[in-house]
Ligand binder design. Structure first.
Ligand SMILES: Nc1ncnc2c1ncn2[C@@H]1O[C@H](COP(=O)(O)OP(=O)(O)OP(=O)(O)O)[C@@H](O)[C@H]1O
Length: 656
């Protein structure tokens, strides 16, 4: 198993876990099993009820075979009709009672099993929601979805049926064997002598099944990721505009074929073995007839037990009763081994350490009490090498390289050699933005502007130095509190596949209709929305693709206006809009920036002209700072950027 992805401090828990797993497969198995059992704890009462039901039905199941002996030897043998009728009535009633209990038991089974699955899905989803951005930038979305759906779905059968199936089959087996021993120890030894051998082989088959199962899930995740990447709006756009349909299809078909082969292999593992066991159990009665017949004909009571016809019939009936549960138990063992692999994958995600979380007693800052001063003090930051940051430990270097060759846009495609040092993204960044001020970040592409903005709402944590809001280190502030203080308008607008109203109210579910309309009016989008067929109830496509770029941006701006954050982070879109659309955006932004501290990655002349302070970023450092006039006079990088990029922009845009 590739474990490279889990090196470094962020992955140390996982690395230990995997190391341990390698060292002692059995110990981890025990640990996995213990964790699975723990997940049943909230349903203890129901589990006990199921156990009782199982024991009762098992005992009921023994009554009929044992009665057969009595019917032959006591009732028929001695010509007692009354006894015969009594026994027959009992034989009628027992299966009915046991059947009714069985129905109740399977209802409980499903209830418990499904509840455990629900808990797993909830835990996984909640845990993943708490993971930092770092995790999502280094893991394929499809991979995450696959764990939530395929893996959890894969263990469903085991969780709903296997536990009870084990108990019920085990108790049937044990009780039947006891009854068999009571009838004839010799015949029991003859019939069951090979059982230990079967068990051992089954264990081996199970191990192979487990390995294949892990492979299969990996392949399934890969397929899901591929679908997710190429069948999304952006993905299909890329495929079509590059004319790479054939290439995508080939890649998909290849992985799909691999999955098919793996599935077939998984189903076929141990098939021969189970055929052998089946045959063995079918011919066993013949051997019993031979051994028992021999005893009766030659009148040789071995182990002191005399053999009767009743005993032979009862014994073979018991024996046939044994075939099903033993077969099931052997099979279950194999299935459990497979399921353990899936549980390992689920637990792996649940064990991922959360790197950005609240301190104990984290500060809750009330938005109305926050003045909105933002300070960076000697901030150092580097994106961890992908290897360290990646939580996707299944994806080793080889796979990354493969992905890189086949899909250069995948986040996994970043290939680093282990010797490559982490690149310092931000170096000694210090600045203060006073309450209500507008600070504009300007600088060449890749300079680190976006990264600076990410540190304010703690999407990433600084390596050293401090980021403060009103003098409080953001690391001391509760994340939920930061979330309500900071509003972000990103370059790429993300809208849910829902109505415009729902998308707007996402910012504040309790906003009134008037507040919502005031926000859309401020963002200069209200008139456009009411023109749409369904007005505010118009459904926007995934990522809002049915709206134009400028409209989407204005909806996103209205959404933030509705949220009314104390601090605004604005990443102005670089995509060129026509002058009219630009003016609309401009009109939308002005009320948004008013009265709150704004940190803007500025691409518009109007924004930099109205900025209280311009911070010029280059290669992770602030190289110049000041107002537009001051910086022009310095004739440094800003002046150069200004002359190259901004001074050619349309004049009206420059009017702040
Ligand atoms: N998730 C990430 N993992 C690793 N490196 C990253 C990540 N995101 C950005 N970087 C790198 O960090 C550096 C700064 O990126 P950043 O996005 O902050 O630049 P920027 O100034 O905002 O650029 P642009 O104007 O093009 O958006 C770049 O070299 C970039 O490649």
């Amino acid at each position: 198993m590739a474990v490279r992805g889990m090196r470094g401090s962020h992955g140390s828990n996982m690395a230990d876990y995997v190391e341990e797993q390698k060292k002692s497969g059995r110990k981890t198995d025990a640990r996995t099993v213990r964790r699975i059992i723990l997940s049943f704890k909230p349903y203890k009462a129901q589990v006990i009820l199921v156990l009782i039901a199982i024991i009762v039905t098992t005992l009921l199941g023994l009554i009929n075979p044992l009665l057969i002996q009595r019917i032959f030897d006591d009732a028929i043998g001695k010509g007692n009709v009354t006894l015969l009728i009594i026994y027959v009535v009992i034989m009628f009633v027992t299966p009915i009672v046991s059947g009714i209990i069985g129905v109740g038991q399977s209802y409980l089974n499903n209830r418990i099993g499904q509840s455990v699955m629900r808990d797993f899905r909830n835990r996984l989803y909640n845990h993943l929601q708490s993971m930092s951005l770092r995790f999502f930038t280094s893991t394929r979305t499809g991979e995450i979805q696959s764990r939530l759906s395929n893996d959890v779905g894969g263990v469903q059968g085991v969780v709903t049926n296997t536990a009870t199936s084990i108990v019920s089959n085990l108790s049937t087996t044990i009780s039947t064997i006891i009854a068999m021993v009571l009838l004839s120890p010799l015949l029991t030894i003859i019939s069951l002598g090979l059982l230990p051998l079967f068990m051992w082989i089954t264990y081996k088959v199970g191990n192979v099944r487990r390995a294949t199962s892990k492979e299969t899930q990996k392949s399934m995740a890969s397929l899901t990721a591929m679908m997710q990447e190429t069948l999304s709006v952006s993905g299909i756009l890329l495929v079509k505009t590059f004319g790479r349909q054939q290439y995508s299809q080939d890649r998909f078909e290849q992985e799909n074929q691999k999955l098919t082969d793996l599935e077939v292999r998984q189903q076929m593992i141990g098939r021969w073995f189970f055929m052998f066991i089946g045959t063995f159990f079918s011919v066993m009665p013949a051997i019993v007839y031979l051994a028992a017949g021999w005893q009766i004909i030659h009148r040789v009571p071995i182990f002191g037990a005399g053999m009767s016809f009743g005993t032979i019939v009862a014994f073979t009936t018991l024996q046939s009763r044994l075939f099903f549960p033993v077969g099931q138990l052997l099979n279950i063992q194999v299935e459990i081994q497979g399921a353990l692999a899936l549980f390992d994958r689920i637990f792996e995600y649940l064990d991922l350490p959360i790197d950005i979380k609240d301190k104990p007693n984290a500060l809750q800052l009330k938005p109305e009490q926050v003045r909105g001063e933002v300070t960076f003090k000697n901030v150092m930051f580097a994106y961890k090498r992908d290897e360290e940051a990646s939580s996707d430990k299944e994806t080793g270097q080889e796979e990354r390289e493969l992905v890189a060759q086949s899909n250069p846009i995948s986040p996994l495609a970043v290939v680093h050699t282990p010797e490559e040092p982490a690149h310092q993204t931000l170096n000694d960044i210090s600045f203060t933005i006073k309450p209500g001020q507008l600070a504009a970040l300007v600088g060449p592409s890749g300079a680190g502007k976006t990264t600076i903005t990410y540190l304010v709402p703690r999407l990433y944590d600084v390596d050293s130095g401090e980021v403060e809001i009103d003098g409080h280190n953001v690391k001391d502030v509760a994340l939920s509190s930061l979330g309500s203080l900071v509003g972000m308008v990103t370059q790429e607008t993300y809208l849910f596949h829902a109505s415009i109203r729902e998308n707007l109210l996402y910012a504040r579910t309790d906003a009134t209709e008037e507040e919502m309309i005031a926000a859309t009016k401020a963002a200069a989008i209200h008139d456009r929305i009411v023109e749409l067929d369904d007005g505010y109830d118009t459904i926007v496509g995934e990522r809002g693709y049915k709206l134009s770029g400028g409209e989407k941006q204005r909806i996103a701006i209205a959404r933030v206006i509705l949220k009314d954050p104390r601090l605004l982070i604005l990443d102005e879109a670089t995509s060129a809009l026509d002058t009219h659309a630009e003016r609309m955006i401009q009109a939308a932004l002005e009320p948004l920036m008013k009265g709150r501290t704004t940190l803007a990655i500025a691409h518009r002349l109007s924004t930099i002209l109205s900025a209280d302070i311009i911070l010029v970023v280059n290669k992770g450092e602030i190289v110049e700072r000041g107002t537009h006039q001051e910086l022009l006079e310095r004739n440094g990088l800003y002046a150069q950027l200004y002359h190259e990029q901004f001074s050619q922009l349309p004049q009206e845009e420059g009017v702040a």
